[in-house]
Design a protein around this ligand. Structure first.
Ligand code: NAD
Ligand code: ZN
Length: 349
């Protein structure tokens, strides 16, 4: 196949609203040492992409930036020293773009806390372009049985929820509570949790999200706009959830999670609403012996395992495919909390 010199990419030069995203012709990058060039076919749009556009996290974004970190495509070129991947391989381009491999954390497979981490669609250009650079050690091979458009949302949302559920320590038969359950991460978290035999309280709002999580057999749905969240979670779980995965984009969910936590349980922080602080009462945190645990995407093995759940039919991403050109509209809908599941962009349109 011929690789063009130039291509279309969704770029923003300054932080701001979705209108800052422009479709521009940019050069196709050359893969360097241990890098591959991936022809992106589909990419999911994650709420993190919106945080990057808005510039609302205390971590600098590369500018100008091509966002996107749920890419799924085909390797079309390999740089020097690549031996793990070959041309034609189907791979995922993840948030975790690369790590140093040699620090204390990388040596323990905790590569997502490597101080030299590079993040796709944040510190390096990501999947909102036809040809994207991926690190050959970190790109995830996608099983033949999983279509690329299905794999795309797994590359961030799936991997993150899967790892966060492990961090929660919740056992089969115990209650996991998921604020944000109808969103991109949440709808996958519900399915991974059910596949791990957990009982699920799904918190979100509206009939479409209720229907979606119920279709994945969530045991209880709590509507954060109309129900008393804390009381209802406590009542339905007989005293609080054994673990909570906060996937909601509202800081209020953190306050609520601390209030409905079962004694001895773990709250896993995954969502990062701008400026959110943990407002938990230290008295109750202490006497209830609560654990708070951050969880940042997943390592290479988590990625393989998360895809394997999909390959085995245990988890089915729910997504709508839209043309690449609709990215700004997707950001508007996401900001309003109107997306049930994920939106996946088709780069060919
Ligand atoms: P999303 O917009 O698809 O979903 C967010 C959901 O939260 C929506 O369904 C919305 O209705 C719901 N919500 C809003 N307010 C709520 C409330 N008060 N109670 C319950 N639900 C509420 O977003 P997403 O792509 O799933 O991402 C969620 C968050 O996770 C973002 O902050 C994102 O940056 C973060 N994230 C973190 C990691 C990580 O590694 N820690 C990885 C990916 C995404
Ligand atoms: Zn993401």
């Amino acid at each position: 196949m011929t690789i063009p010199d130039k291509q279309l990419a969704a770029v923003f030069h300054n932080h701001g609203n979705p209108d800052n995203v422009k479709f521009e012709e940019v050069p196709v990058a050359e893969p360097g040492e241990n890098e591959v060039l991936v022809n992106i076919k589909y990419t999911g749009v994650c709420h993190t992409d919106l945080h990057a556009l808005q510039g609302d996290w205390p971590l600098d974004v590369k500018l100008p930036l091509i966002g996107g970190h749920e890419g799924a495509g085909v390797v079309v070129k390999a740089g020097p020293g690549v031996n793990r991947l070959k041309i034609g391989d189907r791979v995922g381009v993840k948030w975790m773009n690369s790590s140093c491999g040699n620090c204390e954390y990388c040596m323990k497979s905790q590569e997502t806390i490597c101080p030299n981490i590079q993040l796709s669609g944040y510190t390096v250009d990501g999947s909102f372009q036809h040809y994207c650079i991926a690190n050959a050690t970190h790109a995830t091979l996608i099983p033949e049985s999983v279509p690329l458009e299905v794999a795309a949302p797994v590359m961030c949302a799936g991997i993150t929820c899967y790892r966060a559920l492990k961090e929660s320590g919740v056992q089969p038969g115990e209650w996991i509570c998921i604020p944000g359950a109808g969103g991109g991460l949440g709808h996958l978290a519900v399915q991974y949790a059910k596949a791990m035999a957990m009982r699920v309280v799904a918190i979100d709002s509206g009939e479409d999200k209720k229907e979606l999580v119920k279709s994945f057999n969530a045991d209880v749905f709590v509507d954060f706009k109309t129900d008393d969240v804390v009381e209802m979670v406590k009542e339905k779980t007989g005293g609080g959830a054994h673990g909570t995965l906060v996937l909601s984009t509202s800081p209020k969910s953190y306050e609520q999670a601390a209030a409905f936590a079962r004694p001895g349980s773990t709250m896993v922080t995954v969502a990062m609403p701008a400026g959110a602080k943990l407002g938990a009462d230290i008295f109750w945190l202490t006497v209830k012996m609560l654990k708070v645990c951050g969880s940042h995407v997943g390592n290479r093995l988590d990625s393989v395992e998360a895809l394997d759940y999909v390959a085995r039919g245990l988890v089915k991403p729910f997504y709508k495919v839209q043309p690449f050109s609709t990215l700004p509209e997707v950001y508007h809908l996401m900001h309003e909390g109107k997306i049930a599941g994920r939106i996946v962009l088709d780069l060919s349109k």
